[in-house]
Design a protein around this ligand. Structure first.
Ligand SMILES: Cc1ncc(COP(=O)(O)O)c(C=O)c1O
Length: 382
């Protein structure tokens, strides 16, 4: 049987990883500034993470949500404490799209409405509801098209208010920082304006922190860079499990739960919770959120001085770099010659940095040198 061929592949086969390093099947070392798409938060094969999962595997790996699973409660407690949302409640699932699917479902149940608003450049996942809120018509199948879902222009508060006033809007969904859209940081005015509209019209504010959560931006959640934003629902995945599939939503105290309202077979299983606990414990013990803020600020400052870079956006270790030329050939050169992985974005001149949060400065600095050299000698790549 062949694989269903949907991924354009980098011609590298990693077989081993540690921290921010990968090794391929030829023994070649690579530096990981992509984190497997923002997934690796506490570093590859972190010893505490490996041990936590191994220990859990030796006890019990899985049983359904029909029995007591104390590690779920321990996880919720710790997450509430570290994220600053101790009074919210947690529903666990398996991926980012699934988290958003549950978020919109819950907002729809709570308001009795079916419409949602998202924004240009947004990526919320590929399941039925989430993909209808994602601004990429190529991945929306005819069966996913939704007339009551509206993708409005990023930053256009007037359009939001106008659409909300027309009625039937259950929720507004926005990324803490747009990832796939090229690291677009919402202005404090935009986020605050959305929160106010939601409050005034009884609409639920959903913060998609799937990519920007778990310390990536130097705060636990990216929206916490803006004062007094309290979303109704926050969706999470990626860095939450450091590679183990786990997602979830945290839910404000205003929502009522009832048996059967949401559900999943695998979500919140023992192994996933052990992986999630390990991530939280390492984030805390190694002060990685603060480190992400500091290292990110330092990288962005250094990048400002490199000729060929025309814009730098982001917070912490979620950084978008716009070049004065196509980013594809530059990223290929980074892999081939300097053995450094970086991420792409929707716009073809953007490089996205999403490294493990325990990356070291000298590793980031080697990327800065490599990029400087490539941009200095590559007018041919324009
Ligand atoms: C902001 C955001 N939301 C949702 C998703 C979907 O997550 P998953 O691929 O785990 O379904 C992604 C994935 O890239 C994302 O970046």
């Amino acid at each position: 049987m062949n694989l269903f061929d949907v991924y354009p592949l980098i011609p590298v086969t990693p077989v081993k990883a540690e921290g921010a390093k990968l090794w391929d099947d030829q023994g070649q070392e690579y530096l990981d500034l992509y984190g497997g798409h923002a997934v690796i938060s506490i570093g590859h094969t972190h010893p505490h993470y490996v041990k936590r999962i191994q220990d859990q595997l030796n006890q019990i790996a899985f049983y359904s949500n029909s029995i007591q699973i104390p590690i779920q409660k321990q996880y919720a407690e710790k997450l509430g404490e570290l994220s600053g949302y101790p009074d919210y409640r947690l529903f666990l699932c398996n991926s980012g799209a699934e988290a958003n699917e549950n978020a919109i479902k819950l907002a729809s149940f709570a308001t009795g409405k079916s419409g949602f608003i998202s924004f240009s450049g947004a990526f919320h996942g590929r399941t039925s509801g989430a993909v209808a809120l994602t601004d990429n018509p190529k991945i929306v199948a005819p069966c996913n098209a939704r007339e009551d879902f509206e993708i409005l222009h990023w930053g256009d508060l007037q359009a939001v208010e106008l659409r909300v006033k027309q009625g039937n809007i259950a929720g507004i969904i926005i990324e803490g920082i747009q990832g796939v859209g090229g690291i677009q940081v919402p202005s404090p005015e935009f986020l605050t304006g959305l929160a106010n509209i939601c409050k005034d019209f009884g609409v639920k504010l959903i913060l998609d922190e799937v990519q920007s959560g778990f310390g990536r931006t130097g705060k636990f959640f990216a929206h916490q860079w803006v004062k007094n934003i309290k979303p109704d629902i926050i969706s999470m995945a990626k860095g939450m499990g450091n590679g183990f599939p786990i997602g979830g939503i945290i839910i404000s105290p205003d929502f009522k739960s009832s048996y059967g309202l949401l559900g999943t077979t695998f979500g919140g299983n023992h192994l996933a919770c052990a992986a999630g606990m390990a991530v939280l414990e390492v984030l805390e013990a190694e002060n990685l959120i603060q480190k992400s803020a500091e290292l990110g600020a330092k990288v962005m400052e250094e990048l400002k001085h490199i000729p060929g870079i025309i814009d730098i956006r982001g917070n912490g270790l979620m950084i978008g770099i716009d070049l004065d030329r196509e980013a594809g050939p530059v990223r290929s050169e980074l892999v081939k010659k300097y053995h450094i992985f970086t991420g792409s974005a929707a716009s073809s001149n953007t490089i996205r940095l999403l490294p493990p949060l325990n990356i070291e400065w000298n590793q980031l600095n080697s990327f800065i040198s490599a990029l400087t050299q490539i941009l200095a000698q590559s007018p041919i790549l324009k």
